[in-house]
Design a protein around this ligand. Structure first.
Ligand SMILES: Nc1ncnc2c1ncn2[C@@H]1O[C@H](COP(=O)(O)OP(=O)(O)OP(=O)(O)O)[C@@H](O)[C@H]1O
Ligand SMILES: [Mg+2]
Length: 168
C-alpha cells in the first residue's frame, strides 16, 4: 500500500500556460511512464498534451485522437509518445485491447480514469477543472484560468518537487 500523497494544485491562466505545464511534465518523462488526464470536455487535456508533445520533440502536432482512440507520435530519439482518448471505451478490457506498449512508450491518456488503473500500477494523475461559476460550460474557446490538481500514484511519482521548481 502506498501512502496517500498530497496533491499539487496550480492555477493555469491560459492555453499557452497549459502547454507550458505539459512541457514541464515532459521533462520528467521516460519510457514506461503514464500520465492520466481528467477533466470535462474542453478542459484543456489536449492543450496540455500538445505542449508535452512539442517538448518531447515528437513528429507531427498533437491533436485530439478521439476518432482513432490512440495515436503514436514517433520521436527521432527516445520512446514514442502514445496519446490515447478513452472517451469511447466502455471498460478496461477495451483499453487493454488497444495493446499499448506501455513499457517502451510514454503514454498519455485522456478520459482514462476508472480504466487505466486496472492496467498499470503507477501514473501521474492530472485533473483540470474550470472555475465554478464562470457561467460557461459550452464554448471552449473562452480563455479563462483552470485549476490543475496533480497527484503521483506509485513510487515513480513519489516526489513532485519538480512542479515547484519554476517558482510557483
Ligand atoms: N486556461 C486554459 N487552459 C487550457 N485551455 C484553455 C484555457 N482557457 C481556455 N482554453 C481553451 O479551452 C480549450 C481546451 O480544449 P482541449 O481540446 O485542450 O480540451 P480537452 O480537455 O482535450 O477536451 P476533450 O475532452 O474534448 O478532448 C481550447 O479551446 C483552449 O484554447
Ligand atoms: Mg482532448
Amino acid at each position: 500500500m502506498t501512502e496517500p500523497r498530497v496533491p499539487v494544485t496550480l492555477t493555469v491562466a491560459d492555453p499557452d500556460a497549459m502547454a507550458a505545464l505539459g512541457a514541464r511534465v515532459a521533462a520528467q518523462l521516460r519510457a514506461g511512464d503514464v500520465v492520466l488526464l481528467t477533466g470535462e470536455l474542453g478542459a484543456g487535456k489536449t492543450t496540455l498534451t500538445r505542449g508535452l508533445g512539442e517538448a518531447l520533440g515528437v513528429r507531427g502536432t498533437v491533436t485530439s485522437p478521439t476518432f482513432v482512440l490512440a495515436r503514436t507520435h514517433p520521436r527521432s530519439a527516445g520512446p514514442p509518445l502514445v496519446h490515447v482518448d478513452a472517451y469511447r471505451l466502455r471498460d478496461a478490457v477495451e483499453l487493454d485491447d488497444l495493446d499499448l506498449d506501455f513499457a517502451e512508450s510514454i503514454v498519455v491518456v485522456e478520459w482514462g480514469a476508472g480504466l487505466l488503473e486496472h492496467l498499470v500500477d503507477e501514473w501521474l494523475a492530472i485533473t483540470i477543472d474550470r472555475p465554478t461559476g464562470s457561467g460557461r460550460v459550452d464554448g471552449d474557446s473562452a480563455v479563462e484560468p483552470r485549476r490543475v490538481t496533480i497527484t503521483g500514484v506509485g513510487e515513480r511519482w513519489a516526489n513532485l518537487g519538480w512542479l515547484h521548481a519554476a517558482g510557483d
